[in-house]
Design a protein around this ligand. Structure first.
Ligand code: SAH
Ligand code: SF4
Ligand code: F3S
Length: 478
């Protein structure tokens, strides 16, 4: 885990989770695989695609790593710490591999893409290395590795979106699911490794997205989160692409509307929005549909225009603040969260203070906060000195965490006395006498079940009576 994160679940640091078994009959599958995922939600969504590809080839998933013939680790490169976590986990797999002859270890995802075949030299126990665009070749690579060869495919693609692959969702709560709508990123933020590990941006066929969301709803899911590194630049042309005759261009706002129209009972969320790309059209669509959640993750990274320029974020402090005003104007009460990096190259105390003040201005409900970690190959690594000492990076991070904690608490206190529609996700962590659910704004609610006949996936009105910094405590209203 990172040194500092807010008390919310941090999407980039979700710890590895294994899939539930596909079947109870151990003889149903020729081989068993275990998969563990790190990093962002896109990586978790990819693991579900990998599971689907392997499943079709006769491999069954297992939650028990000791029982696996194949171990996969879907990796993240976003910060040095993320890579260290993976390396540590690999040493643990080494021990297992010694105990079980023929067991294969595969590295998937962003770290596989970044290090490519070098992985095989650095980590001798690894048999298979596969980048994010090459998962279709996994079954063939497994066969190669079983034959005693090391197997690598890290080709990036301009087209691959896995549109036709139906992800296997066995580790989900059955209420909310993630749906990938695009891959890659064209944004070249100078600190970021993603454009190198995930390749060029491409949008997935809109029809396949709608079909997937429809199927989820039919299976009883009540919430979909549309995923991409920069969802607002979603763009897909339906129909004849060459001649343009009979073709239609689908923007993110249009896609949102299409998903929202599946059913008023299906909530729609999305992540992540780049401040430069989120349009009024998107905001108006959000305002128009009750079931599009009033929540936007709008990472600012820094409050200083000079630093934003060095980061290549393409907006200024003032431009970002105007965007916040626009959101509050079109969607009153909208939940807003952000990401921050402290101690980026050349950051002064003045720059840091501007970050603190933009937090106060935006009144974020929550934030994901990090200190700068230089990544090999990025623009920043090539152009600038990583010149802020670690203690200063950490001290500034601590300061923004303190401010965010207060802002989150204040935001929750403002909700006391108000009533919200909550989608029940399951029992609360602490007690099976309480439900846990979320409001449209993305806030976590905990409330007593009382004698109502409710189940997870139901909507219920809850009045807020009290709160902590991370949770709203309430009571069901008839
Ligand atoms: N596509 C998303 C973010 C993806 S990475 C966006 O544009 O907002 C998630 C977050 O990790 C980023 O928003 C940034 O705050 C953080 N991050 C990315 N690279 C980093 C680095 N080199 N050091 C520290 N934090 C980083
Ligand atoms: Fe990285 Fe920027 Fe792309 Fe986000 S938008 S993935 S921070 S390059
Ligand atoms: Fe990490 Fe790759 Fe996501 S670097 S944050 S897993 S896109």
């Amino acid at each position: 885990m990172l040194d500092y994160v807010s008390d919310k679940v941090q999407d980039e640091t979700r710890q590895g989770e294994a899939f539930a078994p596909f079947a109870n009959d151990p003889n149903q599958y020729k081989k068993r695989f275990y998969i563990e995922s790190y990093g962002c939600q896109m990586n978790f969504a990819d693991s579900e695609i990998v599971a689907s590809i392997l499943n079709k080839e006769g491999f069954g998933a297992t939650r028990n790593v000791e029982e696996a013939d194949l171990i996969f680790i879907n990796t993240c490169s976003i910060r040095e710490k993320a890579e260290q976590t993976v390396r540590k986990r690999l040493t643990e797999f080494r021990r297992l591999k010694k105990q079980k002859q023929g067991m294969l270890v595969g590295v998937l995802g962003c770290m596989a893409e970044r290090l490519k075949a070098k992985f095989l030299e650095e980590e001798k126990l690894v048999d298979i290395v596969v980048g994010p665009d090459a998962y279709r070749s996994l079954p063939g690579l497994v066969t190669e590795a079983e034959g005693g060869q090391k197997a690598v495919n890290v080709l990036l693609s301009r087209e691959e979106t896995y549109a036709d692959i139906s992800p296997v969702r066995l580790d989900s709560n059955g209420v909310s699911a993630f749906v990938s709508i695009m891959r890659g990123c064209n944004n070249m933020c100078s600190f970021c490794v993603v454009p190198f590990t995930r390749g060029r941006e491409r949008s997935r066929d809109a029809e396949s997205i709608i079909n997937e969301c429809n199927e989820l709803f039919e299976k009883g899911y009540k919430e979909v989160t549309l995923l991409g590194q920069n969802v607002d630049s979603y763009y897909y042309t339906v129909g004849s692409q060459e001649s343009g005759v009979g073709s239609q261009n689908i923007t993110f706002a249009m896609l949102l509307e299409m998903v929202a129209n599946i059913s008023p009972e299906l909530r729609v969320r999305f992540s992540t929005s780049h401040p430069k790309d989120i349009t009024d059209e998107v905001l108006h669509t959000m305002a128009k549909y009750e079931n599009i959640c009033n929540y936007i993750h709008l990472p600012v990274q820094s409050g200083s225009t000079r630093i934003l320029q060095l980061m290549n974020r393409t907006y200024t402090r003032e431009w970002y603040m105007a965007k916040i005003d626009r959101i509050r104007e079109i969607i009153p009460g909208c939940g807003i969260s952000s990401d921050f990096i402290t101690g980026f190259c050349t950051e002064t105390e003045e720059d840091h203070k501007e970050t603190l003040s933009i937090m106060e201005y935006s009144k974020y409900d929550y934030s994901y906060m990090f200190f700068y970690s230089e990544r090999p190959g990025t623009l920043a690594e090539r152009r600038y000195d990583d010149d802020i000492p670690l203690e200063i990076k950490k001290r500034r991070l601590h300061e923004i965490v303190q401010v965010q904690n207060r802002l989150s608490f204040e935001s929750n206190k403002r909700d006391i006395g108000k009533t919200f529609t909550i989608l029940i996700e399951g029992d609360s962590k602490k007690s099976d006498q309480d439900w846990m659910g979320r409001s449209s704004e993305g806030k976590v609610f905990v409330f007593p079940k009382e004698s109502y006949e409710l189940k997870k996936g139901d909507y219920v009105m809850v009045k807020v009576e009290n709160c902590t910094q991370g949770t709203l405590l309430g009571k069901i209203i008839n």
